[in-house]
Design a binder for this molecule. Structure first.
Ligand SMILES: NC(=O)C1=CN([C@@H]2O[C@H](COP(=O)(O)OP(=O)(O)OC[C@H]3O[C@@H](n4cnc5c(N)ncnc54)[C@H](O)[C@@H]3O)[C@@H](O)[C@H]2O)C=CC1
Ligand SMILES: O=C(O)CCC(=O)C(=O)O
Length: 449
């Protein structure tokens, strides 16, 4: 296994995030491979770590001043053993092939855990919508789809949102797909309600994260009520994680964006959260504006020179990283433990670094990996696909009920798989093992393709 990781690193040395995601999964599934020699004989590790297809393309577009820009677009179609490739699109200036490959790899196991029929994929572009006008974002989305449309379809590959891609971008992408294909189909999820979207999809990732955390606490007869909670990020996942924590009686005291974070000791209540939603989704402003509206809160600008993030130094009970990958390092994890945390539930994909996870495990902090805890988003995307196929729309209560059931089942699946393979209580091992076994069995059933 070590040799395999070395080969992957040697082949694509710059893809650090991908190496990190692969190493974590391979470490977890060692006991499975020891019991299933046929997995080794069939080279499943070599196959599962190599994308089925990678599409890289040029995106030329024009800004409001008439200047031409060229960005790079990606779609990594990682694994289709369980269904059409499924996973979001990320628009952010940091996007590169290694990041999209890590996200696509994680998505394969996450989608497997949902119990729905979805393979794994992910895509995006090194385009930053921040500061761009609606017209510029529309032209960019159209140029992006002008190439992507030939590779996707409702039974082939169904993209959705991720960082920098929300309802506005999905609308522009869908419009261009429809024009080019001359078809109105469920080719994207996260669509607006009026034209094929599902109720609860915007809320699903954040709500699911909180349902998962409640299940974890429930094992110990505990709940989120009165728990002090730290959240990073202030986008889609952070907003709806905060909303559900507030509903469950918890106290959310932080939110952040890439320029800094706010600390509100009194707690972010429903009214303050509504302000954040307007600020981020409509005015597209910075989180620093929060302290102008609520002067009792404190804003701390991000300091790239620091070797830790001061957000994680506030004493709390529960932690919900909902911004981006590798946002909790070893020092941050130690600060969190020193501050008395009991639970870390990942809303973002891979926000805790491996050394941080080791500390959580050593200190007996309950830790849920993103591929289990944030699977509610893609699960409701799967429900959106089902509704589109049937040309019906389920009521809010129905979708929320199914979301809760799916999260409950993922929670049980993780614990059962961990216990079966000698890692009782380790949600990360359980998620990796259960996700892996289902995908690998499907791959073996389908032959060498
Ligand atoms: N939207 C979805 O349904 C799902 C999203 N995720 C993950 O959740 C995370 C957040 O995604 P969304 O909320 O959808 O995106 P978003 O674009 O709505 O919000 C992203 C948030 O993270 C912050 N952020 C981004 N890069 C940052 C950086 N380098 N440093 C500090 N803050 C940074 C942004 O300022 C923003 O507040 C990502 O890791 C994404 O992959 C996971 C599952 C589903
Ligand atoms: O809803 C989807 O298809 C994808 C969500 C996503 O990108 C993720 O789970 O990270």
């Amino acid at each position: 296994m070590e040799e395999m990781v070395a080969r992957i690193k040697e082949r694509d040395p710059e893809q650090r995030e991908f190496h990190q995601a692969v190493e974590e999964v391979l470490q977890s599934v060692k006991p499975v491979l020891d019991q299933h020699l046929e997995f080794r004989q069939q080279a499943v590790l070599e196959r599962i770590t190599e994308p089925e297809r990678i599409i890289i393309f040029r995106i030329p577009w024009m800004d409001d001043e008439g200047q031409v820009h060229v960005n790079r677009g990606f779609r990594v179609e990682m694994n289709s053993a369980l269904g059409p490739y499924k996973g979001g699109l990320r628009f952010h200036n940091s996007v590169n092939l290694g990041i999209i490959k890590f996200l696509a790899f994680e998505q394969v196991f996450k989608n497997s855990l949902t119990t729905l029929s979805m393979g794994g994929g992910k895509g995006g572009a090194d385009f930053d919508p921040k500061g761009r006008s609606d017209g510029e974002v529309m032209r960019f989305c159209q140029a992006f789809m002008a190439e992507l449309f030939r590779h996707i379809g409702p039974n082939t590959d169904v993209p959705a949102g991720d960082i920098g891609v929300g309802a506005r971008e999905i609308g522009y992408l869908f419009g261009m797909y429809k024009k080019l294909s001359n078809e109105f189909t469920g080719v994207l999820t996260g669509k607006s309600l009026g034209w094929g979207g599902s109720l609860i999809r915007p809320e699903a990732t954040g709500y699911g994260v909180v349902y998962f955390a409640s299940e974890m606490l429930g094992v110990y007869g505990d709940r989120l009520e009165n728990k002090k909670c730290l959240i990073s990020g202030s986008g889609n996942v952070a907003q709806f994680t905060a909303e559900k924590i507030i509903e469950f009686g918890g106290r959310v005291i932080t939110l952040s964006d890439s320029s800094g974070y706010i600390y509100d000791e009194a707690g972010i209540d429903g009214e303050k959260l509504e302000y954040v939603k307007q600020l981020k989704n409509i005015r597209r402003g910075r989180i620093s504006d929060y302290v102008e509206q609520y002067p009792e809160a404190v804003y701390t600008p991000a300091d790239p020179g620091l070797d830790h993030n001061p957000l994680w130094m506030h004493p709390a009970d529960c932690v919900f990283p909902c911004a981006t990958q590798n946002e909790i390092n070893r020092r941050d994890a130690q600060h969190l433990v020193d501050g008395g945390i009991r639970l870390v539930c990942e809303g973002a994909n891979m926000p805790a670094m491996p050394e941080a996870i080791d500390i959580f495990h050593q200190e007996k902090v309950l830790f849920a990996p993103g591929k289990a805890a944030n699977a509610g988003g893609v699960a409701v995307s799967g429900l959106e696909m089902a509704q589109n196929s049937m040309r019906i729309s389920w009521p809010r209560e129905e979708v929320d009920k199914r979301l809760k059931q799916i999260i409950k089942s993922i929670h049980t699946t993780c614990l059962d798989a961990a216990a079966k393979y000698g890692a009782s209580g380790d949600y990360m091992a359980g998620a990796n093992i259960a996700g892996f076994i289902k995908v690998v069995n499907a791959m073996l059933d389908q032959g060498l393709v």
